[in-house]
Design a protein around this ligand. Structure first.
Ligand SMILES: NC(=O)c1ccc[n+]([C@@H]2O[C@H](COP(=O)([O-])OP(=O)(O)OC[C@H]3O[C@@H](n4cnc5c(N)ncnc54)[C@H](O)[C@@H]3O)[C@@H](O)[C@H]2O)c1
Length: 411
């Protein structure tokens, strides 16, 4: 949707340069959007997208500092728009249809029309929820994503997947199950603005979780034009907090490029099992979704004293999923066993758990894995890493190999 009148940029503030990646989408080559990456660039998020006098709904993570969100508010005011703020408490239990309903009500109360704009500022929970609200409000309004976690910067904010979780209530002996991202829509953003200033308040554990998603990209990047991403990532991940700003920008840029390349080839995840397509981005996720919301887990991060108690963060679960998928790959001789050590070593250096206590029995985890969206006709589809190449998708993995990989989380 193109606004009738384009406004002037908010104000010629500092001339701040940003790296720009243009993302193409397969279903609509005409729909391309820019991902801007840089420092102190949030005030540019609305440039050229606003119409004076119109409302803008800003959906913000309620844990962000006021000064993090303020540049958006100021930019909207400077463009003579009427900004309204709606806050979201970013938890998986809150990523629901009820929260979506509240956001849609906020859009209606602010009198947003079809050509108006929603802006999301927060981590992946906020961008998924705000993206879904934008996809459904009046059957689709534009959304600008301003991710504030590393994970949302390199993954969730790019590619147009939006959605919420669905909770299946307890029945019989089964406890309630939270089905991750079970309702949603594909809705590409109009722009993504990655301002590295927003990471300053992000807790260490959340940063590590984001870097785990970078490990996932690095494992599949061999077949996606960045063969050296694995060695580059695992080299500097040893001291990830000493990253110079330029390295952080390079990390974000290379990861967004990997994601953009996959999305351009298979926007709606329709590629065949053989081609893999967008499904490859789910490497580790079938395992991860089965353990990610489990309470009562505990683990110790290598080199640290404290014992952490569950639930896991998304990136932590994905890292454990990468490890399990690599263990399955090695059993099927799709990769050498050394790749398991490489992945474990990268996870240890990064400071995410490599083993867990308090897991349910392997069969129970396998059963939870079968709730995965990629399951067809009851067959589990797993993405498996193949060193130096694109990962592959297999739906014929012997159950015993999967159970062995799950059991190894107890080691
Ligand atoms: N749509 C996609 O393609 C896609 C891809 C990957 C993940 N996801 C989804 O993303 C979600 C995970 O995203 P996430 O890891 O960003 O988690 P999140 O949104 O839960 O954010 C993590 C925590 O950090 C806080 N936070 C966010 N930004 C902050 C900041 N700058 N400073 C301080 N605290 C901050 C949040 O309040 C929250 O407590 C999952 O729901 C996952 O399903 C979606």
């Amino acid at each position: 949707v193109t606004p009738a009148t384009r406004s002037r940029p908010a104000r010629a503030k500092r001339a701040v340069s940003a790296r720009t990646i243009n993302v193409k989408t397969a279903s609509s080559p005409a729909h391309r959007y820019d991902v801007l990456i840089g420092k102190s660039i949030l005030h540019r998020a609305l440039d050229g997208l606003t119409t004076p006098g119109r409302p803008i709904l800003i959906i913000a993570d309620d844990r962000l500092f006021h000064h993090t969100v303020r540049p958006l508010f100021t930019a909207a005011k400077a463009a003579s728009c009427k900004p309204t703020l709606a806050f979201v408490r970013a938890t998986e239990a809150n990523k629901t249809l009820a929260t979506l309903d509240r956001l849609l009500q906020a859009a209606a109360a602010a009198r947003l029309e079809r050509s108006d704009l929603i802006v999301a500022i927060g981590g992946g929970i906020v961008t998924d929820l705000a993206g879904f609200a934008a996809a459904t409000y009046r059957r689709g309004v534009r959304v600008v994503h301003c991710p504030t976690t590393l994970l949302a910067m390199v993954d969730a904010s790019v590619g147009g997947k939006t959605g919420v979780n669905i909770e299946l209530p307890a029945s019989g002996s089964r406890s309630p199950v939270l089905l991750k991202n079970m309702a949603g829509a594909f809705h590409q953003p109009t722009r993504v603005v990655i301002d590295t200033d927003t990471l300053e308040s992000l807790p260490l554990r959340q940063r590590r979780s984001g870097l785990a998603e970078c490990l996932k990209h690095a494992l599949i990047a061999g077949g996606l034009g960045d063969a050296r991403l694995w060695s580059w990532t695992s080299d500097f991940i040893i001291e990830p907090w000493l990253l110079k700003h330029n390295e952080l920008l390079e990390l974000i840029e290379r990861n967004v490029r990997v994601k953009a390349r996959v999305v351009a080839g298979d926007e709606r995840e329709l590629a065949s099992t053989r081609a893999g397509g967008r499904m490859l981005l789910n490497l580790g996720h079938t395992f991860a979704h089965a353990i990610e919301t489990l309470p009562g887990l505990s683990w110790k991060v290598t080199g640290e004293r404290a014992i952490t108690r569950g639930p896991l963060l998304h990136g932590e679960a994905v890292a454990l999923g990468l490890l399990a998928a690599t263990r399955v790959s090695a059993q099927l001789k799709l990769c050498e066993p050394e790749l398991i050590d490489d992945v474990r070593y990268a996870m240890m250096s990064l400071g995410v758990p490599i083993s867990l206590r308090g897991l349910p029995k392997p069969n129970v985890i396998l059963d939870r894995m079968r709730n995965d969206k990629k399951t067809t006709a009851g067959k589990l589809r797993l993405i498996l890493p193949v060193r130096g190449k694109r990962a592959i998708v297999r739906d014929d993995v012997p159950t015993a190999a999967i159970l062995r990989a799950i059991k190894a989380w107890n080691d």
